[in-house]
Design a protein. Structure first.
Ligand code: C2O
Ligand code: CU
Length: 600
């Protein structure tokens, strides 16, 4: 009886859905009564992260509410590019898999065109909402770029001591400061700047005590396993201190100049701890690279770009469950685990401006977001001259109009403001043909410039010959699967288990590893400990060229579904366990991580 009733209800629902579909398809030609009761609808179909919105263009009448029908097996959002003065999108709705939602905010919009995207998959999912009619309404307010760009304090000593503490951070030009968890009282934390080859010991003192145990990883660097920021061992206990040693050498040689990133790495809490503010930058200068005469000193500026969501009174929203197991069981379990904020910050500020001189600037751009990739571009169509990846300079500079960076990826670029006194230039993140302005450069001072970008940069350090022929190890990224009552991402069919090492490699060997994305979503795969050469790339088995911006040393690769990358590295100096993982922190926390062990 019960099941018959359910079937009847289901049939009724399907019939209603069919009427709705007809009305939407027929538009003006349909029967008026039906069309009037069916709200205009944005449809999302299966694998929208690959194929985009099913409804890319929708026209509504002023005052109408829009319905979103998500027919996909994963969460998506419909989020306007235009924002209010606080950086909040004019409309934004997050729709779980196979659910329907309404965007009431569209009823407030003034007539006009509003581009929208899915915040979780902005590279493929963009659309346009057109509001027809007359009268007023919200149009979004222009950004004022009121805050001057914050450049985090620089620490140069050999033994920095950095408290991990709560602090009130100025994120917005107006209203209260934002309470965050910080390294050293600022967000991002202080930039540590050291010569390569100079041993550096960094001591972190936990004064938060509310975050549980912590772990700090220096991303991109080569150091002992005990100093690696292991997710579940060698932890920083509440109220205690822990020191990490960074020799900034590889096989007794000073490493190339680099732009690293230190951040929390605690198991199942990395996403929360980074979101709350535990991130900072680390620059390594190699004196032999001075001969390039690249812009330096005040013309060398690190920019950490990351997104967060805030309450109206400027406090961080906390999308993380109290019990981390709920991340792998509830409606946000993989593949619906994606933490993306609606407001993009540069060096911890919303929409800052930077007064620059008529000079070349070396901008070291880091994507320190939890999940989102940014496709960077400059406002007037000019190019970036990219010097390196963060792990090293390239052999030759690469000129690019767009630079797509996934979480933890860096781009070391030069932008030339020479001869442009009075100009305004914007750093933007684009999706389709729309974009979000992240910060403003105001060219306010005339100076002379003796810096340059030479045609040839770094000759990469020589690599010992392969000790294992062919591919020594393959790492496959798999779609999520249920294990018990939880759902996890997996590598080679296994979710992360801190007690398991998936592979053993001999110290001083040189190996090629192959990484393949066999899932339906893009991932950013990171390998700890060594710096790697990118040997080859393929897509569904057919070779594709290695891009010019993957010709330096690297530690993270973008892998679209079906992509394979082959990388080569030498396991020098240190023994013990190290990690490989996706650097989308939700994925990393939800199983997409594994360990390998270096032995004698
Ligand atoms: Cu930047 Cu294992 O991380
Ligand atoms: Cu991932």
């Amino acid at each position: 009886m019960f099941s018959r009733l359910t079937r009847l209800l289901l049939a009724a629902v399907l019939a209603l859905a069919a009427i709705g579909y007809t009305a939407v398809r027929l538009g003006g030609a349909g029967p008026r009564a039906v069309a009037a009761t069916t709200p205009p609808t944005i449809k999302i179909g299966h694998n929208a992260q690959l194929f985009g919105f099913t409804t890319r263009k929708l026209t509504i009448k002023k005052g109408q509410v829009v319905r979103v029908v998500n027919g996909d097996t994963m969460r998506h959002t419909v989020t306007s590019f235009r924002t209010n003065s606080h950086g909040d999108p004019l409309f934004n709705v997050s729709i779980p898999a196979r659910a329907t939602a309404r965007i009431r905010a569209t009823a407030e919009l003034a007539p006009g065109k509003y581009r929208f995207r899915c915040l979780l998959h902005p590279q493929r999912m963009v659309g346009t909402l057109t509001v027809k009619g007359s009268g007023g309404g919200t149009t979004g307010s222009g950004q004022t770029f009121a805050l001057p760009l914050r450049i985090p304090k620089v620490i140069t000593g050999s033994h920095p001591v950095i408290p991990v503490e709560r602090a009130a951070v100025q994120v917005f030009a107006h209203g209260p400061r934002t309470m965050m968890w910080t390294y050293g009282g600022s967000f991002p934390g202080p930039t540590i700047r050291r010569p390569s080859g100079a041993f550096t010991k960094v001591t972190f003192q936990d004064k938060l005590t509310v975050a549980g145990k912590l772990s700090v990883h220096l991303h991109g660097d080569h150091h002992a396993s005990a100093s690696d920021g292991q997710p579940d061992s060698n932890l920083l206990a509440p109220g205690h201190s822990r020191s990490y040693g960074y020799p900034l050498k590889d096989n007794n040689k000073a490493i190339p100049g680099a732009f690293f990133y230190y951040h929390d790495h605690r198991m199942m809490r990395t996403g929360r701890n980074n979101w709350m503010g535990l991130q900072g930058m680390f620059v390594v200068d190699n004196p032999s690279e001075r001969k390039y005469d690249l812009p330096g000193g005040r013309y060398d500026v690190p920019l950490a770009v990351t997104d967060r969501s805030f309450t109206k009174d400027n406090q961080l929203l906390d999308p993380f469950p109290k019990d981390p197991m709920q991340s792998v069981t509830g409606t946000h379990a993989p593949p619906n685990d994606a933490t993306v904020g609606t407001t993009v910050l540069v060096n911890g500020e919303y929409s800052p401006h930077f007064d620059v001189a008529t000079h070349r600037y070396r901008l070291r751009i880091l994507n320190s977001s939890n999940f989102q990739a940014y496709d960077f571009e400059l406002s007037d169509g000019r190019s970036f001259t990219q010097l390196g990846s963060g792990d090293s300079l390239f052999p030759k500079p690469v000129v690019r109009k767009h630079i797509l960076l996934g979480p933890s990826e860096r781009a070391d670029v030069v932008v030339n403001f020479g001869g442009e006194l009075g100009k305004r230039v914007y750093l933007k993140s684009s999706a389709g043909s729309a974009s979000v302005k992240l910060m403003q450069f105001r060219v306010t001072r005339r100076v002379s410039d003796s810096s340059r970008v030479p045609a040839n940069l770094l000759t990469l350090p020589a690599q010992p010959p392969l000790t294992t022929p062919g591919i020594a190890k393959t790492w496959d990224i798999n779609d999520p699967a249920k294990i018990g009552n939880a759902t996890y991402w997996r590598i080679n069919g296994k979710a992360y288990d801190p007690t398991v090492s998936q592979f053993t490699v001999k110290r001083d060997s040189t190996q090629r590893w192959s990484i393949t994305n066999r899932s339906m979503m893009t991932h950013y795969f990171h390998i700890h400990e060594e710096q790697w050469r990118t040997i080859s790339r393929s897509h569904n088995g057919s070779a594709v060229p290695v891009p010019a911006w993957e010709r330096g040393l690297q530690d993270t690769w973008q892998l679209n579904p079906g992509d394979t990358v082959v990388v080569e590295g030498t396991f020098s100096d240190y023994l013990g366990r190290f990690m490989v993982h996706c650097h989308m922190l939700d994925h990393e926390d939800d199983g997409l991580m594994a360990q390998f062990t270096v032995v004698k």
